[in-house]
Design a protein around this ligand. Structure first.
Ligand code: ATP
Ligand code: NOS
Length: 432
């Protein structure tokens, strides 16, 4: 486990202890720190199109649209005939998040989903496996006879991405493939709302089973909402799942508005805090918000300039560490916000996965806390039970930095961790 960000030495973090046995790639639930995630396994097929292309196929811009196999074939053929396909990337919102987590933390994660039982060289499934970190344990994937999902990723002139998803057999994951031991020992369980739109498929009951296991074993559940129209369509069901199981909710402004009825991100986050312990709300060029709870007695005041919006002085306590509401005697709400790192990259190559990137940084901080609590239980960092290792403000910086990295590249997955020395960062960016 790498440390989440560069720090002064006064923070003891046992990362360099030699292991007595050879490392094993397969997760050992009782010995390893890892996060687990359930996803619809998808390969992103990238193509540049104009707005008219989307209209012709009735595809809603900026959203994830499900298409049947005839429409998928027609789109695919047109793209091939006009030489529009530029790349294949491993995708899936949780697949991306787990991969990025494993790259950032230099540690293990477990992917739950399906994979084709026979894979041909150069096929989309082959791309998926090749472009997934070796630290993502894929031994728990369930084999299926057919294809995994194809996410035709249509990039328009403005850099916006729109998905046409051809599901293949991505939703055939059965509850029997879910291991209680894997969920029970994970530092966090992360999933998305997408499987809810496949009520007639086994993946939905598999997802609910994972949520039950996580709740039973007090493992924090992190849910990312996926896309706005999914939230609009399944709002009641999603809200019910959030209230019953979710600890950390990740969403962008549009999804937040569809869920809570508030367009204002602070008000949307405040509303969601009635249901969950923490909210990560990404707001594109407006940066991101991280909101949650801390203990009133141990809250810490920010030294950053005070910000006001729909909530006055909202970032006053952003130097506090996040706690689950149930672990606070007197919970107080904390709000933190950060503008895009360096104002955003000079050229945004592709916005695909920027939000997933921010979430993987947050997951790294949560898992680092879990790891540190096990390795150094007497540390003053654990006198109280916290959800994450760093303060709200610090996690914002980290999440923001990772999003920037994703925006400056084509793929939603990091090819390497953040630079060890951040020359362009003021030192205070990391060591506060
Ligand atoms: N146009 C932009 N300029 C500067 N920074 C941006 C821009 N768009 C996104 N970002 C950065 O990336 C983060 C995440 O972006 P965004 O809100 O678009 O995520 P998202 O819609 O959840 O993305 P995805 O679903 O593709 O993962 C933002 O919080 C911000 O830091
Ligand atoms: O229906 C879906 N299920 C799972 N993942 C999806 C779906 N639609 C889009 N993405 C994934 O979201 C990532 C960017 O956030 C993309 O990589 C894409 O594969």
């Amino acid at each position: 486990m790498k440390f989440p960000g560069r720090r002064k030495l006064r923070h003891y973090f046992p990362v360099a202890v030699d292991k007595t046995s050879l490392p094993r790639l397969e997760v050992q639930p009782k010995a390893d720190t890892y996060i687990a995630g359930l996803d619809e396994t998808i390969v992103d097929v990238i193509a540049e199109v104009d707005g008219n292309f989307l209209e012709r196929y009735g595809i809603r811009k900026g959203l994830s649209n499900l298409v049947n196999s005839e429409v998928a074939t027609a789109i695919y053929e047109e793209l091939v005939n006009h030489n529009r396909i530029s790349d294949h990337f491993a995708g899936g919102t949780i697949g991306n998040t787990l991969h990025n987590y494993s790259v950032l933390a230099d540690d293990k994660s477990v992917l739950l989903g399906v994979m084709s039982q026979s894979i041909q060289l150069g096929s989309p499934e082959y791309h998926y496996i090749c472009h997934t970190s070796s630290k993502v344990d894929m031994n728990h994937l369930q084999a299926v006879p057919g294809d995994i999902g194809r996410g035709i990723t249509l990039i328009t002139e403005d850099g916006e991405r729109t998905f046409a998803i051809a599901p293949g057999e991505m939703d055939e994951l059965t509850p029997e493939s879910i291991s209680e031991e894997i969920i029970a020992n994970s530092a966090a369980f992360v999933t998305c709302a997408y499987p809810l739109r496949h009520a007639d498929k086994p993946i939905k009951s598999s997802l609910l089973k994972c949520l039950d296991y996580a709740s039973k074993h007090n493992v924090p559940v992190i849910l990312t909402l996926g896309t706005r129209h999914l939230v609009e369509e399944y709002r009641e069901e999603i809200t019910d799942i959030i209230k019953r199981h979710v600890s950390v909710l990740a969403m962008n402004e549009e999804e937040a508005s569809a869920l809570t009825g508030h367009d204002n991100p602070l008000l949307a986050a405040e509303k969601a805090l009635d249901w969950v312990d923490m909210v990560l709300l990404t707001a594109g060029p407006e940066g991101l918000y991280l909101c949650g709870y801390t203990e009133s007695l141990s809250r810490r005041e920010t030294t950053h300039p005070i910000k006001s919006g729909a909530i006055a002085d909202f970032n006053q306590w952003e130097f506090s560490r996040p706690k689950r509401k149930k672990d606070c005697q007197t919970p107080v709400k904390v709000f933190s916000h950060i503008d895009p790192y360096m104002g955003g990259p000079e050229k945004i190559r592709n916005t695909n996965g920027a939000g997933d990137g921010a979430l993987s940084a947050l997951l790294h901080d949560i898992a680092a806390n879990h790891f540190h609590r096990i390795e150094v239980p007497n540390s003053s960092k654990h006198h109280e039970r916290y959800l994450a290792y760093s303060s709200f403000a610090q996690i914002c910086k980290y999440a923001n930095r990772v999003s920037y990295e994703i925006l400056s590249q084509n793929s939603p997955r990091l090819s390497k961790g953040l630079p060890e020395r951040e020359d362009s960062l003021e030192e205070s960016y990391w060591d506060r």
